[in-house]
Ligand binder design. Structure first.
Ligand SMILES: [Fe+2]
Ligand SMILES: [Fe+2]
Length: 346
């Protein structure tokens, strides 16, 4: 596979070659140089300082020139929220730290490419704009800036259009191929929730409202440390307690925004509540849990189960649906029945 490597430091070129060659053919481009012919590059790898405005402009240009390269990996310091958000805003499909992770991620991409249907595949505009909206909201929260709901609104509309046109399966497959971590999760939940709302013939307005609640449902995770958010494996009890604060944090971040819909706030705060009162943060019971929240909770759990993670394969949709059906007393049975078509066939 050919890897198009973009950097702002000449000494990084031999270093990345030492890691990736001979398995990959590395074609390098120094920021500021004119465009390099890539041929059929399988991945674009960017390792440059994303704090410098001039460099960012040049990367933007390269991203436009190389938009047909399906995989765009950015090397970013693992714990810099701002730089990770910047990478996604520029169009990254994965963020990695070097050098072992780069080689590991490229190997995954190669495997996925083998399994992918023939023909050039690029992330759909709905996926790109959904990821960019999430990236800009997460970055704003981490920087203490106001959240711009317009981005989330237009991204949600594009996701609804995409699922109406191409179906849920195509959405799930593409999101899992192009994104990972929290953004992958949010994009999957939105897709599943929208597919669910369309299946049970919600009005256009209600589809959009549920879609927006799904896009925003985990926004509180922007305040959870990445060491907990991206931990590969089980959280310890202290970490779990911090993680469980995200619905309330999300509610607090959104509640005073002008024009925010109360149903969306309800979804953000209560998507981890269960009908039997065993959920959090308010231990609500069935009569206090709205229909929108019930739909969102089912979509959230299903999406979490079918996510692909670097350390484990995605669970099949059949197995995920079986797990939902086994959650006795927590989820509404009649909705779960209606969800069967969405889970297995849509
Ligand atoms: Fe959540
Ligand atoms: Fe979630």
């Amino acid at each position: 596979m050919r890897v198009h490597f973009v950097t702002d430091e000449p000494e990084k070129i031999p270093a990345i070659r030492a890691v990736l060659e001979p398995r990959y053919l590395v074609v390098s481009q120094l920021l500021g140089d004119s465009a390099t012919q890539t041929g059929a590059a399988g991945a674009l790898l960017v390792d440059a300082d994303l704090r410098k405005a001039a460099g960012i402009e040049q990367i933007r240009l390269i991203m436009r020139q190389q938009k047909r390269i399906p995989e765009k990996l950015f090397v970013v310091e693992k714990h810099s929220h701002h730089l990770i958000a910047q990478a996604y805003a520029l169009g990254a499909t994965s963020v990695v730290s070097r050098p072992r992770e780069v080689a590991f991620r490229l190997a995954q991409i190669e495997e996925a490419a083998k399994a992918t249907r023939a023909g050039a595949a690029i992330a759909s505009p709905a996926i790109t704009s959904g990821a960019a909206a999430l990236a800009s909201m997460f970055a704003a929260i981490r920087d203490g800036q106001p959240i711009n709901l317009c981005d989330a609104d237009s991204a949600t509309s594009q996701i609804v259009d995409s699922i109406e046109q191409n179906g849920l399966s195509a959405w799930l497959e593409d999101v899992r191929r192009y994104h990972e971590g929290t953004f992958q999760h949010c994009l999957l939940v939105t897709g599943v929730a929208v597919g669910f709302a369309l299946e049970i013939r919600f009005s256009g307005r209600d589809v959009k409202r549920l879609g927006m609640a799904a896009t925003l449902h985990d926004i509180g995770k922007a305040r959870i440390p990445l060491s907990i958010l991206d931990k590969p494996g089980q959280l310890d009890p202290d970490e779990e307690a911090i993680m469980r604060r995200h619905p309330e944090i999300g509610y607090e971040l959104l509640k005073d925004l002008p024009g925010i819909n109360p149903d969306i706030l309800d979804g953000v705060r209560h998507h981890h509540e269960y009908l039997d009162g065993s959920g959090y943060p308010d231990a609500l019971k069935a009569p206090e849990i709205s229909d929108l929240v019930r739909l969102l909770t089912i979509s959230d759990i299903f999406a979490a189960l079918i996510e692909s993670r670097p350390y484990r394969p995605a669970m099949s949709r059949e197995s995920a649906y079986k797990i939902l059906c086994g959650m006795d007393g927590k989820l509404e049975q009649s909705l779960l029945k209606a969800f069967r078509t969405v889970a297995l066939l849509a």
